[in-house]
Design a protein around this ligand. Sequence first.
Ligand SMILES: C[S@@+](CC[C@H](N)C(=O)[O-])C[C@H]1O[C@@H](n2cnc3c(N)ncnc32)[C@H](O)[C@@H]1O
Length: 276
Amino acid sequence: MSTMTDYDEASRTYDSVRRAPDAHLLKSLMENFTGKSLEDMEIIDIGCGTGNYSKYFLQFQPKSLSLMDASVGMLNNAKAKLPPACRAQIAFKQAVLPEIPFKDNSFDAGMINHVLHHVEVNPDGKSFPGFVQTLKEVHRILKPGGVLTIIADTPENIDGHWFTSLVPETTKRLQKRLPTHKQIKRMLEECGFSLKSTYKPLMASYLPNYDNIEGPLHESWRGVNSFWSLCTESEIQNMIRNVTQMKNEGTLQAYYEKHDRIYSVGAYEIFAAKKI
Ligand SMILES: C[S@@+](CC[C@H](N)C(=O)[O-])C[C@H]1O[C@@H](n2cnc3c(N)ncnc32)[C@H](O)[C@@H]1O
């Protein structure tokens, strides 16, 4: 279960903007580092959500595709989305990380996209026991030489999202849930992986309305990014007052341009690691 967002509720609107950006990159990383093509692989999508990444992978007809998520609402959307003709190769499992209830050495590749910031129960920004336990579980279920890809935010890239500076207390709270690039590398190594590759996409393609400068004023815009679920009501009200004032004074666009740094720090980071 997410420790910050009600995903059964979020599942109602999630697909209104979220797709599967960089899915093609995950496929290449898995193929390059396993030396297999996707049709010869058993794949797991951990924290699959509504199955957007799995849908992309399914067109290449992997040997099998397993989807797991804590939220029944998200899983139900994923089930409805994936074509019945392919169901034979697909398994769905409801489970809460760090537990991954599959057998040892079962998968050639696994992906965890936009999930790991949800797993810490008492985030303190120093140790990340939920993250580490999850990596250990992934290591257990991957075959030797298997590849894990992770899409994750880091404290560095969160600062580059223009809107996070509107609610600095919320941003600090989120950053406590996020290991840095260095910490992720170290945890991967401690859990028996060798880090092979990292990327930083320099566009916010996972949030198509990212540059809507009046977006923060609208609940529907905030609702598709779990960042906002960490705000207190008074932080939201403060932010709305400030954004409305900048809008009325004609300074909101300049604020956006000053604080948007995704083009240099990245929208998020993609890691590819191999089980040693
Ligand atoms: C932002 S969504 C990402 C969904 C999908 N991976 C994607 O990129 O479209 C985060 C997902 O992680 C799931 N999740 C959060 N905490 C979890 C946990 N402890 N165990 C399993 N799934 C979890 C949520 O239910 C949600 O579906």
